[in-house]
Design a binder for this molecule. Structure first.
Ligand code: ATP
Length: 221
């Protein structure tokens, strides 16, 4: 599903944000990406949703080489990828419900069909009561749960989560990882960038560890 061959990324000068990284992730795998701040976790995720191209090496997503994806076909790639961003990237002046609905609109569902998809997910993430609230009035933890709902609503083949539990209390963080692991069991491929060793130990899975842009270990906890 995701295949990195000797991938490097340089932004400026000689320093590499990713340095000769290779790994393969199969369909339905749940994988943590760990490493200190600046190790390259976000850069690795950005390559997968074609927000960035490798400086050298090959990134294959579902057998497609992302370096050859044209700007006009990026939306087709992203239809299959749900991204939970560190800074949420929600529409702050829209309600919780509208933020999730917009992500579904590309599928042209009727109103009832849409509600039948959105409402159970709002309950699952414990944000149903906030469905008509404008996003800018929400707490950080609530915004994070909306961002998670928006990423999951299309049932994408790949879910990329950059510190998805960073703003959540420990109990909600555990619920979220549990939810993401269950989604992987249903066939989606899930990558979670996190610093949180406690969560990794509590919900063990494959761990790719980055240090200064290098992949230093690939282990199953
Ligand atoms: N747009 C950019 N321009 C220049 N340098 C960048 C850019 N984005 C990232 N970097 C650099 O690349 C390296 C890797 O950054 P990246 O954001 O991938 O790390 P990270 O592991 O996700 O960190 P964090 O946990 O703090 O989000 C860092 O040295 C960072 O300063």
């Amino acid at each position: 599903m995701i295949d990195f061959h000797n991938v490097s990324v340089s932004f400026v000068g000689d320093k590499k944000a990713l340095n000769n990284v290779s790994f393969k992730i199969d369909r339905g795998e749940f994988v943590y990406i760990t490493g200190k701040s600046g190790a390259g976790k976000s850069t690795l995720l950005r390559l997968i949703y074609a927000d960035l191209y490798p400086t050298s090496g090959i990134v294959l997503v579902g057998k497609k080489n992302v370096s050859y994806i044209t700007k006009s076909s990026i939306p087709y790639l992203r239809r299959n990828i749900g991204v939970i961003f560190q800074d949420f990237k929600l529409l702050e002046n829209y309600t919780v419900y509208e933020n999730i609905k917009i992500a579904l609109e590309i599928f042209y569902l009727d109103k009832t069909h849409m509600e039948n998809k959105i409402i159970p997910l709002l309950h699952k993430l414990d944000i149903f009561k906030r469905r008509n609230t404008i996003v800018k009035k929400l707490s950080g933890g609530e915004k994070q749960r909306v961002a998670i709902a928006r990423a999951l609503i299309n049932e994408p083949l790949i879910i990329l989560a950059d510190e998805p539990t960073g703003n959540l209390d420990p109990e909600r963080a555990e619920t979220t990882i549990n939810l993401l692991q269950n989604i992987a069991k249903n066939g989606s491929t899930v990558l979670v960038a996190t610093h949180d060793e406690h969560l990794i130990n509590k919900f063990p899975a494959r761990v790719l560890k980055l240090e200064n842009g290098k992949l230093v270990s690939d282990t199953v906890k």
